[in-house]
Design a protein around this ligand. Structure first.
Ligand code: AMP
Length: 223
């Protein structure tokens, strides 16, 4: 049987479903790059690039950055050599046109795409996001209640300073959820129709979710 030589994992889920944490673990476990469009935008913002400037107001208000800006940045990233055998996408695609553009770009005969969807209720999302603390230096994620740092305001992993993302504030979270249901949730049906959607209960503890994801992503490889 012909083996695919590129494996693309599209991690779906609402903001706060655990995509960032799980994508990083999955990528490390499978030796694939973790490609987060949110992180790429934040890097651009931090470096004061033109792209960062253009994305800023959308991000801070909880809205989506226009597709053309996202697509150019994303395709540039995944065309680098480290992505040749595959990658884990986190936060992309977020709209149907983005999903269609990705589909058009990937050679269907040599790429295997799988789309695990981390399912969580909106209340869980709000509780998780509003307590989230991110490290300025290494991006490690703590949580006020569920994963508090040993020393307040300091990252356990690298000693960096922890902060709350502007878009993690309560009013912005509501807007992000609204945008998610309107623009991004239709992707669940899109990937389901293609037979590549895998449902994962994302409300459980992170280790249980990770173990399911690893099994889903590893399936088929041994065949
Ligand atoms: P995230 O870290 O994935 O929650 O992304 C943070 C913000 O970056 C989002 O709220 C959007 O404003 C923007 N963003 C990230 N990925 C995308 C995308 N695929 N399409 C549009 N906007 C995005």
């Amino acid at each position: 049987m012909e083996r695919s030589n590129q494996r693309v994992v599209v991690l779906l889920g609402a903001p706060g479903a655990g995509k960032g944490t799980q994508a990083a673990r999955l990528a490390a476990a499978r030796g694939l790059p973790h490609v987060s469009t949110g992180d790429l935008f934040r890097e651009n913002l931090g470096q004061g690039t033109e792209l960062g400037q253009k994305a800023k107001s959308y991000m801070e208000s909880g809205n989506l950055v226009p597709d053309e800006l996202v697509l150019e940045m994303l395709f540039d990233r995944v065309s680098r050599p480290d992505c040749a055998s595959g990658y884990v996408l986190d936060g992309f695609p977020r709209t149907l046109p983005q999903a269609e553009a990705l589909e058009a770009k990937l050679p269907s005969d040599t790429t295997e795409l799988i789309a695990p969807n981390l399912e969580v209720d909106d209340e869980v999302v709000v509780r998780r996001i509003s307590g989230r603390l991110v490290c300025k230096d290494c991006g490690n994620i703590h949580h006020q209640d569920f994963a508090p740092p040993t020393k307040e305001g300091v990252c356990d992993a690298c000693g960096g300073e922890l902060f709350q993302r502007k878009d993690d504030r309560a009013d912005v979270v509501q807007e992000r959820l609204r945008v998610y249901h309107e623009e991004t949730e239709p992707l669940v049906a899109f990937y389901d129709e293609r037979g590549v959607l895998r449902r994962v209960d994302g409300s459980r503890d992170p280790d249980a979710v990770f173990s399911d994801l690893l099994e889903i992503v590893s399936k088929g490889e041994a065949a």
